[in-house]
Design a protein around this ligand. Structure first.
Ligand code: R2B
Ligand code: URA
Length: 324
């Protein structure tokens, strides 16, 4: 389902598409470590944005940036200070300061880390479609049980660029699978169901308009099921394709309008489309795949690249909330 018409003015709750849930009694959201029997409405009823990326460290950085730039405080989570040694390590590893007091995770952190800052949830969904599918299912149920209204899902990730310089923020208009099909083949009980992977053009444009001096493009995103062979890399432990095969693949993707490649876009676009959740994907590119395969930037450069997609999202959220 194309969710482009759903961007503006949706004050609806998330409508789950599962008739079996009503007979469940209580629903334990196992990977998040939260249950439908808790006071979810009190804790999460005000959520308007779920910002997610692969890495738990980046989810934490985003939560702290959001808190500092939007002046939000979450109820108890911000009472705790981050120890100096953690701050020092963070600066050494990522080349950026943790601003203010740090957000503390809610629920379990074994698989995912989730932080709440005002009306924003910042969480990490791990790498790949399989991990993202778990996060999205549990997050959508959590917010439906919490009766949150008008929620947007934003994926703020990293990617390999296709013909764009490292650090570009690519805002996805269309996700492609690794065979470059413009749909997601979702299997249930051994049967394939092809789902739409177009994202809201209106929301993508609204985000693009907040770019300021962040180099940004709107374009297609290829979601591969792996990082090495599936992305046509020549530097994996196994490679039975040639450099020519790789370049033909990347050029074909580029000709379709794709400007980056990552590992989640098809699941994200089709899942949010099915549940009619307004959503966008903003991924920073770490390298240009037309020029190579290895990610060789320094930690400080990588932190700056990742910051581009996060900052673009924050610019957009600030504009929507009327905070400049
Ligand atoms: C981008 O980066 C990760 C792989 O390094 C993966 O989660 C993705 O989509
Ligand atoms: N993430 C990916 O999935 N691919 C890249 O090339 C870089 C980051």
């Amino acid at each position: 389902m194309d969710n482009s018409e759903k961007y503006l003015g949706s004050d609806d709750c998330i409508e789950l598409q599962n008739p079996y849930l009503k007979d469940l009694g209580s629903d334990y959201l196992y990977h998040l470590g939260l249950s439908s029997m808790e006071e979810l409405e009190e804790k999460f009823g005000d959520v308007k944005y779920v910002c997610m990326g692969g890495s738990a460290d980046r989810a934490k950085v985003f939560a702290d940036k959001a808190a500092s730039q939007l002046g939000f405080k979450s109820p108890e989570e911000f009472e705790l200070c981050i120890p100096d040694d953690v701050r020092r390590d963070f600066l050494a590893n990522y080349g950026v300061e943790l601003p203010g007091n740090g957000a503390m995770p809610i629920g379990k952190t074994e698989r995912f880390s989730m932080f709440k800052v005002g009306s924003i949830i910042s969480g990490n969904h791990g790498m790949g479609i399989g991990s993202l599918e778990i996060f999205l299912n549990e997050m959508a149920k959590l917010l439906a049980y919490a009766k949150a209204t008008g929620v947007k899902f934003l994926r703020l990730g990293t990617s390999g660029g296709i013909g764009v310089p490292p650090g570009t923020a690519v805002i996805t208009d269309q996700a492609y699978d690794e065979a470059l099909n413009p749909y997601h083949g979702k299997y249930a009980c051994g049967v394939e169901n092809r789902r739409e992977t177009r994202l809201s053009a209106e929301l993508a444009k609204a985000i693009f308009e907040c770019r300021g001096d962040i180099f940004s493009v709107i374009g297609g995103t290829v979601a591969a099921n792996g990082f090495y062979e599936n992305q046509g890399r020549l530097d994996g432990a196994i490679c039975h394709h040639t450099e020519d095969d790789k370049m033909v693949f990347l050029r074909k993707a580029h000709a379709l309008g794709a400007r980056n490649m990552e590992m989640e876009a098809t699941e994200f676009a089709s899942f949010t489309g099915e549940l009619r959740i307004p959503s966008a994907i903003i991924c920073s590119t770490l390298l240009d795949r037309l020029k190579g395969d290895q990610v060789t930037s320094t930690p400080a450069e990588l932190a700056k690249f990742a910051d581009n997609s996060q900052q673009l999202a924050l610019n957009f959220i600030k504009r929507e909330l009327g905070i400049e």
